[in-house]
Design a protein around this ligand. Sequence first.
Ligand code: GDP
Length: 298
Amino acid sequence: APATPPTGLVGRLFNRPEAQAAEPRRALDDEMLEELEDMLVQTDLGVETAMRISANIAEGRMGRRMSSTELKELLAAEITRIMTPVARPLPLYSKKPQVVLVVGVNGAGKTTTIGKLASQFKAAGKSVVIAAGDTFRAAAVEQLQIWGERAGVPVMVAAQGSDPASLAFDAMTKAEADGADLLMIDTAGRLQNRQDLMEELAKIVRVIRKKDPDAPHNTLLVLDATTGQNAINQVETFRKLADVSGLVMTKLDGTARGGVLVALADRFGLPIHAIGVGEQIEDLDAFEPEEFARALVG
Ligand code: GDP
């Protein structure tokens, strides 16, 4: 009987007749590198990053016969090398309150991520205030109130449709009065009217700077792993709308393996502060480059 075809991203390269021996091997040639590049592009790494990785793997190894295990190791090492510099938890400052502005398209997981982060900070002994800055979406405000209750963190809300900047200002006042360590501000994510959203975000930043010229100390962009390559457009768009300082990628618990994070790291070098791995409050993990690389390579 034929050997079971190797699986995973690299395994598929070895799924061909001449590689069906007990320990399948393939000579590293142009054809194999091209297939590898295609596979990496299909995994959302993007053409440039895929080509750089394959060039690094090829260097000094052309013609060498390698097993899928060897190639997997090489590939995982390349990806780990790209991802290690961006794996950084959200930096905590002694500044009170540290203002964290959270941006991203609707549905990316902003509300959920704020709830999870608030819960983690609370567990670490930090006091947190949340501002439900997406004042136009009643559902988002409600969701945030539920998360606030779960995390045991106060959530500042305003009347539906009221000015998010004025809510942000009030939340800043409360966070200062309470001596809170962190203020997390949710924002709207409607990209249909970018000019409008840009002005809204700029105004929030302007009013909180009246209280603290260094605020916001972090601007977190939340990205949904299931949108694949689209995450690149979202980073480009939101970098024009706000001073994005770091990323959180959600929904890495599903089928999406988040290959686009490699393209993002290679292209923008923005820190990845955390990853969402489920819908529960504890489902937020630190980004681990090696673990990520191994899961991606399969
Ligand atoms: P927002 O519109 O950006 O505030 O997005 P939400 O926080 O409301 O999240 C949108 C949907 O994605 C909700 O159904 C969440 O439960 C879900 N979600 C958020 N983060 C994750 C995650 O890491 N894993 C999974 N499976 N679902 C998530």
